[in-house]
Design a protein around this ligand. Structure first.
Ligand code: R1P
Ligand code: URA
Length: 237
């Protein structure tokens, strides 16, 4: 097992879905995977492996924020040889073009986090999705009823209870569709390891309109996002 994941070598599949919420990981495993087994309960950050349409796949909770997510993703790449990670997260709507329950496929992710600045000693790195996964997700979304957008998101350390919401609105003015807390560092870490990553997010609330979903809905009713992620992960392989 690694420091934060209680799986033995070989227990985690090469393709991993990565929700922030460990209970969403459980719901995904129970809803989509056959013969799912729980390989880790360390810190309650649940991880499962099973099969989807005959493909071996794992689902791992990552917690909230880039430092938490980075711990799980580094261990997945380094110690379990994971090849592709698709984040399946909730996000806030920033742009007036998006509404609650819409799906955003993140082509790239801006951030206010210091993680990339520390890595690049102040230079700005541009974290982008794996193009094959991105294209496959766009194709998968085209067959579904959910309204889907492709574009930039903002991975914020200061998203909740932000003291300067006008900065988020400035982001929206520059084409940023939504705000969450993990994709930017996920894309950067995947690039560092030469692996594939994509973030597919469902708009769970809207920062401007105030529309929102319940915690129960965020945990259990994000089916379009999960199905797009699964189809993308295995059609781009
Ligand atoms: O729903 P998840 O995947 O946790 O993602 C979003 O929700 C959390 C904040 O409520 C942050 O982790 C944010 O990125
Ligand atoms: O990080 C997040 C996630 C959902 N909604 C937000 O406003 N921010």
């Amino acid at each position: 097992m690694s420091t934060h994941i209680g799986a033995q070598p070989g227990e985690i599949a090469p393709v991993v879905l990565l929700p922030g919420d460990p209970l969403r990981a459980k719901w995904i495993a129970e809803t989509y995977l056959e013969e799912a087994t729980c390989y880790s309960e360390v810190r309650g950050m649940l991880g499962f492996t099973g099969t989807w349409q005959g493909h071996r796949v794992s689902v791992q909770g990552s917690g909230m924020g880039q430092p938490s997510m980075a711990i799980y993703v580094n261990e997945l790449f380094d110690q379990y040889d994971v090849q592709s990670i698709v984040r399946v997260g909730s996000c806030g709507g920033l742009s007036e073009k998006v509404a609650v329950r819409d799906v955003i496929i993140a082509s790239g992710a801006c951030t206010d986090s210091a993680m990339n600045r520390i890595t690049f000693e102040g230079f700005d790195y541009a974290p982008v999705a794996d193009f094959g996964l991105l294209r496959a997700a766009v194709d998968a979304a085209a067959t579904r009823e959910a309204t889907t957008h492709v574009g930039l998101i903002f991975s914020a350390d200061s998203s909740f209870y932000a003291s300067r919401p006008e900065l988020m609105m400035r982001m929206a003015g520059y084409g940023v569709l939504g705000v969450e807390m993990e994709a930017s560092a996920l894309y950067t870490i995947a690039a560092r390891w030469g692996r594939k990553a994509l973030a597919v997010c469902t708009v769970s609330d809207h920062v401007v309109t105030g529309a929102e979903t319940s915690a129960y809905e965020r945990e259990r009713t994000l089916a379009d996002m999960v199905e797009i992620a699964l189809e993308a992960a295995f059609s781009s392989a």
